[in-house]
Write a protein that binds this ligand. Structure first.
Ligand code: FES
Length: 155
């Protein structure tokens, strides 16, 4: 059940949209920030607030890769695997994160700290290879920098 304060923030966001659907991704992001991921309950609550069906909301939630329909770690490491990053060593970078964290892409560390997810272009191709965690973009990530990022993000 959504706390009243969050519910009123969601309703406020929806009231400022031209159509409820326009606010759907923001609503899902806010619910994700609350639950940690988009549970079935969160999807149902979003649908009710937006006046959409749960299927419509689920379609949105499963389309955007920064929305998570499965449990994730406290920090999600998105490593770009599109062409510019791939050509600048992105594949080796994902392999390094994987080895360093002891998880395969798509998995979460045992302590629940990190999930490793390859992702599509983050719009930062000039600074490839690129990693995004939360709202932070990391440029030109080397294996050494990857380990520093993990240490920083763990705190
Ligand atoms: S290809 Fe990686 S940020 Fe664009």
């Amino acid at each position: 059940m959504i706390p009243d304060t969050l519910k009123s923030k969601l309703q406020q966001r929806i009231s400022h949209a031209v159509t409820p659907r326009e606010a759907a991704v923001d609503v899902l992001k806010m619910l994700q920030a609350h639950y940690g991921w988009l549970t079935d309950e969160a999807v149902a609550e979003a649908a009710e607030l937006l006046g959409l069906s749960t299927l419509q909301v689920d379609e949105l939630a499963t389309f955007y890769e920064m929305l998570y329909r499965r449990p994730v770690g406290r920090r999600v490491i998105h490593v770009c695997d599109s062409i510019s990053c791939w050509s600048m060593g992105g594949e080796a970078l994902i392999a390094h994160f994987s080895k360093y964290l002891g998880i395969k892409p798509g998995e979460t560390t045992e302590d629940g700290a990190f999930t490793l997810l390859p992702c599509c272009c983050l719009g930062n191709c000039r600074e490839a290879p690129t990693v995004m965690i939360g709202d932070t973009i990391y440029d030109r990530v080397t294996p050494e920098l990857a380990e520093q990022i993990v240490a920083k993000e763990r705190t």
